[in-house]
Ligand binder design. Structure first.
Ligand SMILES: [Zn+2]
Length: 602
């Protein structure tokens, strides 16, 4: 459930979170004059153009225009919402938010789970590094290019053979096995006692986005009939559908590379990472979920699937690819030489070969056609018709219409199907897809960005800029504009805030308003204003133009409403005379607005 964090708590968090400290957690900052500079985490660059202003508590990138306050920095870099950014910063500052106060017990429960996992990880690591029984684990890992220096870095360990090694060690540390049970590390036997879940297996710690261990994956070392991999069960801190192995390490690289490589196994990811490819996540045995895709989309819209070259790998890749495509991501499928997995390939061929293989990754549709051809499913006319229908559902999900039409033409040629028939099929799918597309398009930032380019949107933003830079003149704005004329919720809210502070405005530090903005795009625009413009540098004429644009928008919207009513009127005699009169009055008003007759200047 979403909870509302009280303003005074937000203020408390804001004060406790110095922007230089917070940003320094993500990149290296160097002091230059009053400001700090670093390499921008939001675009690719070699010379630092990302600036942090400690006095104003804002950041601004001169390269890509990114900017905002400490909250919007966290929102953008962590890909979280405003309340989540407050929570993250509160956590770092040791401030307990009210929602958590109520759930302090639940919080302790979670802490206990994190603790149990961390304890187990330490135990497994100790086994792997120093137990004589771990020799086969060490040689298994060494065969995969995983050396002792990498154990700790990747959270690798070894669970000893036997039923109660973890339990015994826990007892030595006065840890109740019941705590291990809650974390899924041990299982309950019929007598009500416990035994270790992971036995004689290499363990891989799974981290959440805060770098805490939430689960383990464990690989068997002997070829018996037990599953090759087993995982921790789901707990309060671990839900498979939300967790991607390696995202904690890889997310910054994914953002910078503007691409994510998705693999299946733990060792695939580790080998690729060792070879120098860091923008990788692993599904670690579970199928890709919608939640995974949404998580990835925070960082990049482009994905490459790199699965085993066997047919099971190809089938899994296609399933995952469809899901990515449906959720609006660009998907390509990389192909390994026959009988190889990414792990092996990375170790044997090294980074240049990996990059070249990835650069040849095929768009999903091409990949599908190729596998149908290979399976001999495109020979007869009936087969081709079936396959075409199958492919069209994927094609209809491609958002780039130019790319789409190329594919359709190519497909028509290759499968000897009439292009027109294909298009009429695609249109059917289009109708089904439209709802999904609409919902996505209304998301930040696309629409808001467009809104600020409209007459009304740019006027609203402009008025806000003017007020913040010229607090002495803010009262003149309020004589001409009522907050209720403003459409954007947060701008309206800021307007009201400034208006209620009107008496103290001349002494007020206007940055205080900037620091409370929740909408990243507004924070970005305004931090740009404060960074690049001086106080009082916007002219009154600028404000007048904004007021006029806003007044015109209001009149035009009224005119539009009346016109619509007239159009929708079935009985022309009814009331249409009144409406026409009203329309004429509005036209007249519009002319006078244009002349500036409704603008007061004192
Ligand atoms: Zn930048």
């Amino acid at each position: 459930m979403a909870s509302i964090i009280p303003n005074e708590k937000i203020e408390q968090v804001r004060i406790a979170s110095d922007i230089v400290d917070v940003v320094s957690g993500y990149l290296t900052l160097k002091k230059q004059g009053q400001n700090f500079f670093g390499i921008c985490p939001f675009h690719q660059e070699k010379t630092p153009s990302f600036s942090v202003n400690p006095a104003m508590q804002i950041f601004h990138c001169f390269g890509c225009g990114a900017g905002g306050n400490v909250f919007t920095f966290i929102m953008r870099i962590e890909g979280v919402t405003f309340p989540e950014s407050v929570k993250l910063l509160a956590q770092a500052a040791g401030i307990v938010l009210p929602e958590e106060e109520e759930n302090i017990e639940a919080l302790h429960e979670k802490e206990a789970l994190f603790f149990a996992n961390k304890f187990a990880a330490t135990h497994f690591l100790e086994n792997l590094t120093s137990s004589p029984q771990a020799e086969k684990a060490r040689s298994y890992l060494a065969n995969r290019g995983i050396t002792a220096e990498m154990y700790e870095q990747y959270g690798i360990g070894y669970a000893l053979a036997g039923w109660d090694n973890l339990i015994k060690t826990a007892r030595e540390h006065s840890i109740n096995p019941a705590r291990l049970f809650k974390a899924g590390l041990v299982l309950e036997n019929k007598e009500g006692g416990f035994y270790d879940r992971f036995r004689d297996r290499v363990t891989f710690a799974v981290y959440n986005l805060s770098g805490q261990i939430v689960a383990f994956g464990a690989r068997r070392l002997v070829d018996d009939d037990s599953p090759k991999y087993i995982n921790s069960p789901e707990t309060d801190i671990y839900q498979k559908r939300f967790t991607l192995y390696g995202l904690y390490w890889g997310r910054e690289h994914i953002r910078k590379a503007e691409e994510v490589v998705i693999v299946e196994g733990y060792t695939d990811l580790i080998s690729l990472s060792q070879a120098g490819l860091k923008n990788v996540v692993a599904t670690s045995g579970t199928a890709l979920t919608e939640e995974h895709v949404r998580l990835l989309k925070r960082y990049t819209p482009n994905a490459i699937l790199l699965y085993d070259s066997d047919s099971a790998g190809a089938a899994a890749a296609i399933r995952g690819a469809d899901l990515l495509l449906e959720n609006g991501m660009e998907v390509r499928i990389a192909q390994l030489p026959p009988n190889q997995d990414p792990d092996e390939f990375a170790r044997q061929k090294g980074e240049p070969a990996i990059r070249s293989m990835l650069s040849q990754a095929m768009p999903l549709i091409e990949f599908k056609i190729k596998s149908l051809e290979e399976k001999g499913l495109l020979r007869t006319a009936a087969q081709r018709a079936d396959s075409t229908r199958n492919l069209l559902s994927s094609i209809s999900k491609i958002k780039d219409h130019i790319q789409r039409s190329f594919i359709v033409r190519d497909l028509a040629d290759r499968l000897h199907v009439d292009e027109a028939v294909m298009w009429s099929e695609i249109r059917k799918y289009d109708k089904q897809n439209r709802l999904v597309v609409k919902r996505e398009d209304s998301n930040f930032p696309k629409d808001l960005e467009k809104y600020f380019e409209t007459r009304r949107g740019s006027a609203e933003l402009g008025l806000l800029e003017y007020m913040l830079l010229s607090p002495h003149d803010a009262h003149k704005i309020f004589q001409n504009v009522s907050a209720d004329d403003l459409k954007h919720g947060e701008i309206r809210h800021l307007f009201k805030q400034v208006q209620s502070d009107l008496d103290i405005l001349p002494e007020q530090d206007m940055l205080i308003y900037l620091s409370t903005i929740k909408e990243p795009l507004i924070a970005q625009r305004l931090s740009q204003t404060f960074t690049q413009r001086h106080k009082n540098s916007l002219s009154w004429k600028f404000a007048v133009d904004c007021i006029k644009s806003l007044q015109l928008s209001v009149v035009d919207e009224e005119i539009e409403t009346v016109r619509n009513t007239l159009r929708g009127n079935r009985d022309p005699a009814l009331e249409s005379e009144d409406m026409t009169k009203k329309l004429l009055t509005l036209y007249d008003r519009r002319k006078r607005v244009q002349k500036g007759e409704f603008i007061t200047e004192n």
